[in-house]
Design a protein around this ligand. Sequence first.
Ligand code: PMP
Length: 375
Amino acid sequence: MIYMDNAATTRPYGEVMETFMNVNEAYYFNTASIHQSGRKAAQLLEASRKQIAELLGVPDYHCIFTSGATESNNLAIQSVLRRKQPYGGTVLVSELEHPSVLNVLEAMKEDDFRVNYIKTFADGTVDTDHLKEMLNDDVIFITVMAVNNITGSIQPIAEITEILKQYPKVHFHTDATQAIGKINMDYAGVDSLSLSSHKFHGMKGTGALIAKEPRTLSPIIHGGGHENNLRSGTVNLPGAVAMARALRMATEQQDVSIERVSDYNHKVRSALGNLRSVHIQPSGVPHILNVSFRGAKGEVVVNALGNRGIMVSTTSACASKLKKLNETLLAMGNARAIIEGSIRISFSSLTQEEEVDEMITALLAVHKEIGEVLK
Ligand code: PMP
């Protein structure tokens, strides 16, 4: 099997699985217990918390452990909006966001929040002039992801933090799930960011919300008051320690990995770029490549590759079931045939060159096979 769906999830590093097992064995205690063993577990948790914030370049920020980026996005959005409701009611959001942002905001509309969408350029980046035009006194929250999960487009996070310096009331959140471990980004100006361990070779079910001022947050999961009363429930210590290790490894390997993965990206672009009816979206992070076979259905291409042992994804399986076009590709102004015929190929630091070569051979064969339907 050749795995090319790393934007969906990654294979955990062997060392990370080892850490996870070791902590389960040696530190299975509850971090909230007051006995010596519980305190030792709590110390390990605090060390991981500190390490994660440092590795992200925001050592003064607070790390709240969650079950993943979906929960982190929910925590940031729901709690900050509730807190800031007396000061305004408008949210600005890019059209490119993951459903764990867009659908939460949709639900928040029921509580009288207004949600306005920031336009997108054809290259998949947000239009910061449009953002500036929409800023007013009622805006309390802005959320723009760091890297898009469908095309890999890199968003101007530093520029947005610069713009927002004149709007201290606004909380700026970024969903950095697809950026972390892939590219360096300056998070120093954001108020909060979400991450998910399984996207950078950690374990599933572990994530974090990194917040500049945890006082601006309030819990959405209530209970025994864990995580400084921001996220109740016994903390997943093995997952948290494994996440710190995965982040350290991904950060250490990032530069080498970017170079290798960029070569893979160029290889695919030059092999497919000139084929009839093939459209490749503009590049962002080299790890994600969105390729369309105009006239074909993305699911058909995914299945044809799957039959050859190569795992890629359509831009969004659930959206195709709902007969809904992918919102990111739509926001970028792509034609229907390009959206319907698109597949997402995503590499990781574990992807091997021979695997890329084999995938290219398979893609060329599939292109030939479906030739008659292509427009
Ligand atoms: N945001 C983005 C950009 C993602 O790609 C994903 C994973 N598909 C999530 C949030 C949700 O992450 P998790 O699986 O940790 O809930």
